[in-house]
Design a protein around this ligand. Sequence first.
Ligand SMILES: C=CC1=C(C)c2cc3[nH]c(cc4nc(cc5[nH]c(cc1n2)c(C)c5CCC(=O)O)C(CCC(=O)O)=C4C)c(C)c3C=C
Ligand SMILES: [Fe+2]
Ligand SMILES: [Fe+2]
Length: 356
Amino acid sequence: MSEHRPRVAIILFNLGGPDAPEAVRPFLENLFLDPAIVRLPKLLRWPLGKFIAARRTKAASENYAILGGKSPLLELTIAQGEALQAALAPEMEARCFVAMRYWHPFAEATAREVKAWGADEAILLPLYPQFSTTTSGSSIDDWKAACAKVGLDLPSKTLCCWHSDEGFARATAALVQASYDKARAELPAEVPLRILFSAHGLPESIVKRGDPYQWQVERSVAAVVGQLDIPGLDHSVCYQSRVTPQKWIGPSTEEALEHAAKEKVAVLVCPIAFVSEHSETLVELDVEYQELAHKLGIPGYFRVPAQNSDAGFIGALAGLVRRVRAGNRTLCSFAGGRQCPKQHGDCPHARARNAA
Ligand SMILES: C=CC1=C(C)c2cc3[nH]c(cc4nc(cc5[nH]c(cc1n2)c(C)c5CCC(=O)O)C(CCC(=O)O)=C4C)c(C)c3C=C
Ligand SMILES: [Fe+2]
Ligand SMILES: [Fe+2]
């Protein structure tokens, strides 16, 4: 008799991006109407969200135009899913599904697909190493609402925070090391090189209300640095992509570049909160900040590629899936935000969810 292999649906969550120029504005409206992003009562959020989206459309459209009028995020996420599925195939009947938060495929369509496939269990895997109420938290809430709507009720485990996962840190460090060695080989020996770990920014008010994102970003940087073999390493953390006028956490990546310019230090920019290429790496880092670095007279500007389907990174994701399925308590898997503090007290995401 053949052994019963449970059907494991792995749901990969990401932010999503427009798939055509005309999708930019509705995509931005979805983003700014999310109560996790604009924290106001619905009556105020609607007009304000629509207004901010309208104002942002021109700048965002110009960025996506550089990428051929669309975001590459969906294709890259599908490729990650295919690679992860292949890595797990010898051990389990796993299938990866993608649910985007602000553009297709939305959670509801994905939940219907998971139901039609006949999954026995689900692993929810936000493709954000660090938990934020604005990203992973919003996606998981959205997923739960979609499941309720389509009548999908599966035993589920969530990989909410994997900021310090050893496999993730090792795979990321390997990419950083390769870029560092290449940059070092191109630079004159007397020019110092600094690694700038650049994470997506967040309004400071969200962090003050208990969002653990910034703390987890710092943990990720420490974990990656711990895996590097660079004597006398010079590194710092900074935050990019500020899109609203409120005060955001800092230092900003612009400030970090200005600082490097003053000290005549070359920079290697490493995106630390994104695991795929998209507009904020391919345009903001590769075009805008590179131009700024040249303008400021920085003696060298280099960038670490995002993980995408890097074999080491996919191996790390497979390890996370394996361990959360096995019920390893060192992973932070939350059921409605309740279990995490019991599993590892240093992860404050449940507190953040309650405070949000
Ligand atoms: C208040 C606004 C925003 C917050 C807070 C925010 C947090 C946040 N976002 C990511 C990752 C991504 N953001 C992406 C695009 C994007 N984000 C915002 C705004 C906020 N993000 C906007 C307006 C946009 C659209 C692009 C633009 O207008 O510049 C993307 C996808 C981009 C793509 O090309 O597909 C990702 C991924 C993180 C990690 C984060 C906080 C933790
Ligand atoms: Fe964002
Ligand atoms: Fe957690």
